[in-house]
Design a protein around this ligand. Sequence first.
Ligand SMILES: [Fe+2]
Ligand SMILES: [Fe+2]
Length: 271
Amino acid sequence: MNGFVTRSLDEIRFWSRIMKEHSLFLRLGFRCEDTQLIQEANQFYSIFEQIEAKSHAFTANADPRQIEAFNAEVHNAASHIWVFKRKVLGLILSCKLPGANNFPLLVDHTSREANYFRNRLAELNSGQLEPIHDAIIDENVFFLKIMADHAKFIGHLLDPSERKLVDQAREFSHDFDQLLWQAQDLSSMRPQSQTGPLLSQFLDQNRVSVASLRDFKKTARDLIEACRIKSIIHPLLADHVYREAERFLEIIEMFESSLTRNAPPDLSDWH
Ligand SMILES: [Fe+2]
Ligand SMILES: [Fe+2]
């Protein structure tokens, strides 16, 4: 088993499905007359659908050189969808798409996820791996912002008459904004802040909040699927944000086990 191969395939399997779904969400938010944009979104959908299928066709025993080429190909696709998302953001912010239904923050958010995916692939291929004490802070800063955004999207896409759920979403938004500030404080105090006890407490606190947001998203997803609540949230979007919270939790747990297993930390899981 090759760590580079399994790690690459794991990233691509997860994020290519995410990119495919972003293409669908963007398309659903365009107006009927935006035929060019709709066509571009459809093209990205099929590109990432093919990448996803290809990633599942490879096994852990694949030739690392083949995976390196695949990573480069996917990196290229992720760069292109990033450019597309930033173009759409520019059109929305300059009021060229009045009446379209994608929030600017959502488009920006999906572009940040594309950028993250692209950077992970570049990192894997270059072998330039971030030390785990930096990865712990950087991954958390990235994902806490993602989680804070999700809470805001849910709050704004639920029907305003779902007062209780909207309140809950708002509380999560506040909670994650606070956690994000804390993470940025820890980041600014680097490298002195990167002690075992501080990093472990940081992960512990984030894990508790992410687990509770993940449960909220799961409930929302089930209610939306069963048509029990009023919203304009696509069931696939509800599932999508739930999966991203699960991903973050897995990353936190992986960091926690590397921290507790030994010192200095064993980097093999992360890399
Ligand atoms: Fe996403
Ligand atoms: Fe997201």
